[in-house]
Design a protein around this ligand. Sequence first.
Ligand SMILES: Cc1cc2nc3c(=O)[nH]c(=O)nc-3n(C[C@H](O)[C@H](O)[C@H](O)COP(=O)(O)OP(=O)(O)OC[C@H]3O[C@@H](n4cnc5c(N)ncnc54)[C@H](O)[C@@H]3O)c2cc1C
Length: 488
Amino acid sequence: MSAADRSVVVIGGGPGGYEAALGAAQLGAEVTVVERSGLGGAAVLTDCVPSKALIATADFMDRFSAAKHIGVHFDGAHVPGDQGVTAHITDVNARILELARAQSRDIAERLESAGVEVVQGAGRLVGPGRVEVVVGVAGVASGEEPAPHGGDLTDGGGSQELEADVVLIATGARPRVMDTAVPDGERILTWQQIWDLEELPEHLIVIGSGVTGAELAHAYLGLGCAVTLISSRDRVLPGEDADAANVVEEVFRRRGMTVLNRSRAGAVRRDGDSVVVTLEDGREVSGSHALLAVGSIPNTTDLGLEEAGIAVSRSGHIEVDRVSRTNVPGVYAAGDCTGVFPLASVAAMQGRIAVAHALGDAVAPLSLGRVSSNIFTDPEIATVGASQADIDEGRVDARAVMLPLTKNPRAKMQNVSDGFVKLFARSGSHTIVGGVVVGPRASELIFPIALAVANRLNVDQFSSTFTVYPSMSGSLAEAARQLHEIAD
Ligand SMILES: Cc1cc2nc3c(=O)[nH]c(=O)nc-3n(C[C@H](O)[C@H](O)[C@H](O)COP(=O)(O)OP(=O)(O)OC[C@H]3O[C@@H](n4cnc5c(N)ncnc54)[C@H](O)[C@@H]3O)c2cc1C
């Protein structure tokens, strides 16, 4: 059977789902996407896109306070901190939500022009190749909990059943909340509820210092809020390169953030117009708002998985192999509901791989060793491939060179005082196996390292490629040059 004779139903219209739908349509299949909230998913409507837009505003504000360091003064004007340049959070949020909605509309147009049918409603498996859809709309962005399947869908119009040769589940994840810290949407918030804030928090307490907690703590600090970041571990960003996380934590503290390490939040309660966070050791921290950033849970209940015999891990994630197959023939899964690597870019790749495999197109299995990721703090932290921990713990036989950006001429001109590049090359072959960049726009600087890792370039091939003078990428080439000497 050719792809053109086959039908695909995708449950979930986030990056895992819509990218798969576009890929399947390109291969000629008949494709339907079932989406209960908005196209683009949490990635576009509440998580990835809005948070990056908020950070862009905070970074813009930061330029005003950095101006004096490069000889720029605002004669007769004020800078942040003087209450002269302030973020109007309702304007900021309105821009962010409109930007997210516009991106969602763009995705709808792309799907429509590719001939993909979109059904608005909640889908669940009801038999081999059969998906039941309860038609309706669940809360889009703006803090409403997604309605459970068959729950409070608005504009409901009954149900319909779809049949497909291939079903892809890409239902994403939602913020984890604690029984002792129930969000009220006003002062105790999940990251999906902050877009409705009508005033800038006076003192925001961020609970959780993983990527989401660190990024949003950075954003609100930059917007002028007092911020306390509560971290249960020894340092912020515990899963990241330790050198990189230390730089970011130091910058946070220098800019006035209170970082409480080894402090686990036990409960959060409202106290009038304040919130009180009780730590497990009994200490209390008061603020005007609390933001819960304590992880995600997959949207995998009420999808008919158990009845269909689909294997799910103890954490509730759908188990998949490297071509996104579940254990049930014809059923694939992609994105955050699989817990493979919670990034929009990985979700999209898993979705594209799934449909290519299902429809018989050429496909390379997912390779997590090549995933570039970035933490959008200031400085940013970008990583790809093997990590320092892989080397230190003996999983990868490689050498590292780390160069501070303070020695880089472009960095000096741009008043960059924090950051470094770190490159890892395999001992003997000198093949580049990974790297870390900490600095402004590290997300852009990581690409040459990602190219080197993906194409197994060695340090000599890397360093003999011209870089612009002066440029930050000059430090990448210099690190490769130094590795030539030591990576034997
Ligand atoms: C604050 C934050 C910032 C982030 N920033 C980045 C970033 O900068 N870069 C990056 O790569 N990643 C980022 N991520 C991660 C990224 O958002 C996720 O990895 C991505 O959303 C996963 O895509 P997905 O398609 O699996 O799920 P989602 O984007 O969550 O989409 C799933 C969709 O499925 C729908 N759905 C669920 N159940 C059903 C059902 N039964 N029927 C129909 N529809 C259903 C949902 O309504 C939703 O629209 C961030 C995450 C957070 C929390």
